[in-house]
Ligand binder design. Sequence first.
Ligand SMILES: *Cc1c(COP(=O)(O)O)cnc(C)c1O
Length: 226
Amino acid sequence: MSISERINHITSTFPETVKLIAVSKTHPAVAVQEAYDGGQRIFGENKVQEMAEKYDLLPKDIQWHLIGHLQTNKVKYIAPFVAMIHSIDSIKLLKEVDKRAKQNDRVIDCLLQVYIADEETKFGLLPSETRELLVSDEFATLKNVRIVGLMAMATFTEDLSQIEREFASLKKLFEELSSSIEHSEQWQPKEISMGMSSDYELAIKHGSTLVRIGSSIFGARDYGQA
Ligand SMILES: *Cc1c(COP(=O)(O)O)cnc(C)c1O
């Protein structure tokens, strides 16, 4: 199957509430162009430099989603064009995004990354920290960011019942925060970013609205010797 055929195959089963983020990290711009030519417009990258390079090369109506860990000192490179940042894991990072968005005369959509996995290596806010950030006075002063939902990565495991529990917990947290914290210009919860190639069907079952799929579309990643 071609890249576009794989995308069509995957998205043909999606409910209307779900959008595909085609995760193009490590794959060349020509692969992104091929998916674009088939109609795909949302792409995900996990590294700032790689995303900025592809942004320069590719059509400007692509919506670039940053899905990987973001360092404060790199926000400036993507602030002019990034469509959504999925990996906000501190108020410090959010303040930097706000500052750079303001310099570019934009409001940047963001997701708070929540730590739901049973692993040491995953980034993210604890559920309690997620709430604290959203109700903080500091957050209320940030006018150039908009939190539109939550993102999480499940544990890397074969145990589907564990993954399912983790997805259900993110959905529950989303519902709780959405119903208990008054919506505002900066807090407009509508997206739940969860699910990858191996578990997106489970994620959709538990309310995901943004699934991040890489290898099932573009093939396996080769990180090479670099
Ligand atoms: C790479 C990546 C994905 C896509 O993973 P696949 O297993 O290739 O679908 C999804 N989310 C994040 C945060 C990633 O870094």
